[in-house]
Design a protein around this ligand. Structure first.
Ligand code: F6R
Length: 613
């Protein structure tokens, strides 16, 4: 969603800010803006649309040489997509400018209070309210400097925020703060780069610290001071950023989504490395080891997530019941959090999330924790809000995912859930030999994904054949029912083709009415317990004129009798097959979007991490 970059140092801030905004473009946005202090004056420029539009405007103004500034990409929540609503926002008295991610929930009451004090608002945003509030409280002659005014304003605020603030009257000070939205400070030589995401920092420095909730950091060119909103000093621990620059660059690929699909072999290798203990026939997961006793007593598992992560969680539901024999359910976090869920004794809640910042998933986790569940995270971004909120957790270790359409995080989530299910299984009914056999198959996954990716050109050809069709079905059963949902989501989110995913057997209960001449129906028809049943479902579609595209197991000759186009995956135990079956679907969606001329990495209306409910 929105992105934050701020700079203070000895060099012109503008290039840092623009570069940072470009690195954050992947998060999704609809307008951008920047404020630079120069010669004691605040210069604010905003533009609707791409960062390139903002750059053009700045160039027309001759550029800025000031060495302190803030910049933002906005994804509209309060108020439409206009320059007025874009950040930075300013107060009307002191030359204070602010950028903000998150939502100020009590903004309406604060706005009324500030209007009564004579402040005039220009935008419809909650952020402008915060700018005015800081301005209202700012009284340097009475000892309330920018840092103190920010602390005081944040004491009045309910909601979530990551903010960066500058002020004409304090040209050597940058104040940043966080509650609920991620923010980190990169510490360079005589300069600081603040950002909502490490990708905007790593080209300048690999030393950084993450703000905790309610932290306020006052940064000058000679140092920084961290405190709480109540001005209690806090020690910020500087860490080494693990992120490599090449991980956030295209490196010869046309799009991040394409790069990340092809990166899956390496991503899964990293994900499973050191976690499969062949000698002992058990899984080693550092982040859950301390809860070994509690985990052996677990009676129910609730997996909660949104979007693609929910599809991985749904596969987790099958895995835990099959491999660990623990009753499991996967639920939309947005529903779970509001439906008064019954959390019985010995319940484990697993929040699955790439970003670790999805607002609904975080809230569902908190709700379950409050009701007494043991909280576990299956998260990619280290140190993210969900990772910090959990009792135990397993990181995906698939590297940063920049493409808005999630690909390698999905396979990573399924890989981690598979390992977790085996871990739990070994505590119950699974023998060391059974576990060893599955681990051997897990080890094959990276090489097998590579083999599927070699069919890329063929998959593109198949996609071309159906590219003008506006309605698609994705059907699967058992472990690959959630894979079908994921195939449909991938296609719709980047190619804007209407696609529905469902259990293959459900089709007869209504959706079969949609099948008409030439409608593409993608079946996941790999060899498994329900293969014959899927074959019957395929014939039901064929006999009504639908075009069948099948994802089938290598060596399956019969499938060509029923399907017009086949994309093959290597043979693997059914419980691990979603990690393979999803790959041709990801490639199809990618090619469909490119063939239709869409910007794959910046799909319309979508944000990479959804930090509002
Ligand atoms: C789709 C996609 C989204 C996310 C969802 C949850 O390609 O990426 O559906 O899966 O917004 O995001 P995380 O995993 O960050 O919690």
């Amino acid at each position: 969603m929105c992105g934050i970059v701020a700079y203070i140092g000895a060099k012109p801030a503008q290039s840092y800010l623009i570069e940072g905004l470009k690195r954050l473009e992947y998060r999704g946005y609809d307008s951008a803006g920047l404020a630079v202090l120069e010669g004691g004056k605040l210069n604010v420029v905003k533009a609707v649309g791409r960062v390139a539009n903002l750059e053009d405007k700045i160039e027309d103004l001759g550029g800025f040489r000031g060495t302190i500034g803030i910049a933002h990409t906005r994804w509209a929540t309060h108020g439409g997509v206009t320059e007025f609503n874009a950040h930075p926002h300013t107060d009307d008295r002191n030359g204070i400018a602010i950028i903000h991610n998150g939502i100020i929930e009590n903004y309406a009451a604060l706005k009324t209070y500030l209007e009564e004090k004579g402040h005039k608002f220009q935008s419809q945003t909650d952020t402008e309210v915060l700018a005015m509030l800081i301005g209202e409280l700012y009284a340097p002659q009475e000892g309330v400097d920018l840092e103190a005014a920010v602390q005081a304003a944040l004491r009045e605020v309910t909601g979530a925020y990551a903010i960066a603030v500058i002020c004409e009257k304090e040209p050597d000070v940058l104040v940043v703060a966080r509650k609920g939205s991620p923010l980190m400070v990169g510490v360079g030589a005589g300069e600081y780069v603040v950002a909502s995401d490490a990708s905007a920092i790593v080209s300048h420095t690999t030393q950084a610290f993450v703000l905790d909730d309610y932290n306020v950091v006052k940064i000058t060119r000679s140092g920084f001071r961290t405190s709480t909103i109540h001005n209690v000093p806090v020690t910020s621990k500087i860490m080494q950023l693990e992120l490599e620059l090449q991980e956030i660059e295209l490196g010869g690929f046309s799009h991040f989504m394409q790069k990340e699909i092809f990166e899956q072999p390496k991503a899964i290798s990293n994900c499973i490395r050191g976690r499969l203990n062949m000698d002992e026939g058990r899984i080693h997961l550092g982040g859950v080891g301390n809860f070994s006793k509690e985990l052996s007593k677990i009676k129910n598992i609730v997996l909660t997530a949104q979007g693609t992560a929910l599809h991985a969680a749904m596969i987790g539901e099958y895995l835990f019941e099959d491999l660990a024999k623990v009753s499991s359910v996967a639920e939309y976090a947005s529903e779970f959090r509001y439906r008064n869920p019954i959390v019985e004794e010995n319940t484990l809640v697993i929040a699955v999330s790439q970003s670790g910042e999805t607002a609904d998933t975080l809230a569902a986790l908190q709700e379950a924790k409050e009701r007494g569940a043991l909280a576990m995270g299956v998260v990619n971004v280290v140190g993210s809000s969900i990772a910090r909120e959990t009792d135990a957790g397993v990181y995906l270790r698939v590297g940063p995912e920049i493409g808005v359409a999630s690909t390698k995080a999905f396979t990573g989530q399924v890989a981690v859930l598979s390992m977790l299910a085996m871990y739990m299984g070994r505590k119950r009914f699974m023998s060391a030999d059974q576990c060893r056999d599955l681990m051997k198959d897990m080890e094959r996954i990276p090489g097998l994904i590579e083999r599927i990716c070699e069919q890329d050109a063929r998959i593109k050809k198949v996609t071309e054949k159906y590219i003008h069709r506006e309605n698609w079905l994705f059907l699967g059963r058992g472990y690959n029912y959630p894979t079908a949902l994921e195939g449909a989501l991938k296609l719709k989110e980047i190619s804007y083709i209407h696609a529905e995913g469902m259990p293959a057997a459900e089709m007869k209960h209504g959706p079969i009415a949609l099948i008409n001449d030439g409608m593409p129906a993608v079946f996941i028809a790999n060899k498994g317990r329900q293969y014959e049943k899927v074959m019957s479902n395929i014939q039901e579609v064929r006999s009504r004129g639908g075009h069948v595209i099948a994802v089938a197991t290598e060596g399956d000759k019969d499938i060509t009798k029923y399907a017009e186009d086949v994309m093959y995956i290597p043979e693997i135990p059914e419980c691990l097959s979603p990690m393979l079956a999803v790959v041709p679907l990801q490639l199809m969606a990618y090619h469909a979007a490119v063939l239709r001329g869409h910007d794959v990495d910046k799909p319309r209306n979508l944000a990479k991490s959804v930090t509002v409910e």
